[in-house]
Design a protein around this ligand. Structure first.
Ligand SMILES: Cc1cc2nc3c(=O)[nH]c(=O)nc-3n(C[C@H](O)[C@H](O)[C@H](O)COP(=O)(O)OP(=O)(O)OC[C@H]3O[C@@H](n4cnc5c(N)ncnc54)[C@H](O)[C@@H]3O)c2cc1C
Length: 456
């Protein structure tokens, strides 16, 4: 561990002990049913497993991230004799929800990194190559090393592309320099963002936050970082030296009206200046100036710190393939044309899309992956077995929205914008709670890893 990492780790302990000052005995008593509930839920899924279906089907999974690995684990359990192949060139696995904690100064970058190989289930073959062509009419994919892999079923789980080129002047190599942050760009970028936030919290100035106008993964993350930075400024006695601006891409702060209103009230309480209908189009990192498209023309705002969150689109290989939506709201950014309830492709019945790449109205979180993958697997296995599938994806999406260090709100919703709390009576959806903070900082990662292994 380097000196700076040791320093960070001791700061982390301080922050955690500060937040523990907020714990009440009642909170502790509430925590245990929650964790026990998680364990029970895993147990129930295991005991419900029926006899594996015998088959010689060839199944290709494109992408070994959260959704691809979870799909591989579940298929390996439910099928006997299938040839399951995972394609992904990336050898490191990123626990992306942890990027928020790294960029908050609470965890070292290594907290989010592990080896993909550790999660490949026995009997599943991993081809460490990227797919460069989807040919759903020919039932084959082509890798960057020229391998042609044929399949009977395909699950696409390539995640999404951070389109930095969509912001003029943005260069990910500059993250961490000149007050430029980006929580999304990987473990090192999240850590460099923390350094920039910490510097800003020492000096004050103008802090710029916001989100892109495209669909995005974890739409709560830009909001979390606004609150986290506000809290660091307050803890250092420097909030009075800083102006925090949140640039919202439209007239709301979150797609669920009741959550949007709650965030608005909290922003008002913390003195965050909201600029609606401001979409970041360009930055000048050397001059620390950002340009936003607004209904009345371009607006330029100078900053001391900016958290750039780029537009997000389907990876080019999906966007330019026959798998993408051809019309409607998901066509421009190339999201996959799947049925929102079954995750099955609307034109290629042996193809499924899960995780961030799926062109469905909600669901770009790891928590959604947990509910999407069993549905796609259920429909795929039922097709092989000639039975009727049972599961439907309702749009479940969730986000533990950190509102200060030591507090978070668990926001869970579905396609109909209903709030769908998993722990009614224990975790109130729109309350800033210590128990939700514990979930985000401690319980979420083991649950995520269990999901990769097909155990949650
Ligand atoms: C800052 C941040 C905070 C977040 N916070 C939360 C949170 O609090 N809660 C939550 O539930 N979710 C959160 N998320 C979202 C969550 O991490 C993602 O929704 C989830 O990882 C999506 O899983 P996925 O498998 O679709 O994509 P990923 O996990 O990104 O995996 C995609 C995989 O596909 C591979 N791939 C890409 N292109 C190809 C190709 N051509 N061929 C083969 N393989 C390919 C990639 O290498 C990668 O391994 C957060 C994300 C970020 C960035």
């Amino acid at each position: 561990m380097t000196f700076s990492e040791r320093k960070e780790s001791s700061k982390e302990k301080n922050l955690q002990s500060n937040s523990c000052k907020d714990c009440s005995r009642r909170d502790f008593l509430k925590l245990f049913p929650l964790l026990a509930g998680t364990a029970l839920c895993m147990h129930a899924q295991q005991s419900e497993a029926s006899e594996p279906t015998k088959t010689k089907a060839r199944i290709v999974i494109a992408g070994a991230g959260a959704a691809g690995l979870a799909a591989a684990a579940q298929l390996a359990k439910r099928l006997d004799g299938a040839e399951i192949v995972l394609c992904d060139a990336r050898k490191e696995h990123y626990y992306q929800p942890g990027f928020t904690l790294v960029a908050a100064g609470l965890k070292p970058p290594g907290y989010t990194v592990s080896a993909t190989a550790d999660y490949i289930p026995p009997g599943v073959k991993w081809i460490p190559e990227s797919i460069v062509e989807f040919d759903p009419a020919g039932n084959r994919v082509v890798t960057d090393k020229g391998q042609i892999v044929r399949y009977d079923f395909l699950i696409v789980a390539t995640g999404l592309k951070l389109d930095f080129a969509g912001i003029t002047g943005m260069d990910p190599a500059l993250i961490g320099k000149n007050g430029l942050g980006c929580v999304y760009a990987g473990p090192d970028a999240a850590y460099a963002t923390w350094k920039a936030i910490s510097d800003f919290a020492d000096k004050g100035g103008v802090g710029l936050f916001g989100r892109p106008k495209t669909e995005m993964k974890c739409a709560g993350a830009p909001i979390k970082h606004t609150f986290i930075t506000d809290d660091h400024l307050r803890r250092r006695g420097n909030r009075g030296k800083a102006e925090i601006i949140y640039a919202a891409h439209n007239k709301t702060l979150f797609s669920i009206p009741i959550v949007s209103e709650k965030v608005r009230m909290l922003y008002e309480d913390r003195g965050v200046d909201i600029r609606h209908e401001h979409v970041l189009t360009a930055i000048d990192p050397a001059r620390r100036r950002a340009t936003f498209a607004t209904p009345t023309g371009n607006a330029e705002i100078g900053y001391d710190f900016i958290n750039v969150i780029p537009p997000m689109r389907a990876p080019d290989v999906v966007r330019k393939s026959p798998l993408a939506w051809r019309d409607g709201p998901f066509a421009a950014d190339g999201w996959m044309e799947v049925d929102k309830g079954t995750l099955r492709h609307k034109r290629f019945a042996n193809v499924f899309g899960v995780g961030d790449v799926a062109g469905v109205p909600k669901g770009k979180t790891a928590a959604s992956v947990k509910w999407q993958v069993p549905v796609a697997v259920d429909h795929l296995v039922a097709t092989i077995a000639g039975t009727t599938p049972e599961l439907i994806y309702t749009g479940y999406t969730s986000c533990p929205l950190i509102t200060r260090l030591g507090r978070a709100m668990l926001v869970e919703f579905d396609y109909k914008d209903n709030l769908v709390p998993s722990f009614p009576g224990v975790i109130a959806p729109l309350e800033e709670l210590w128990i939700t903070w514990v979930m985000k900082t401690i319980a979420l990662k083991p649950t995520y890893i269990a999901m990769l292994r097909g155990k949650a």
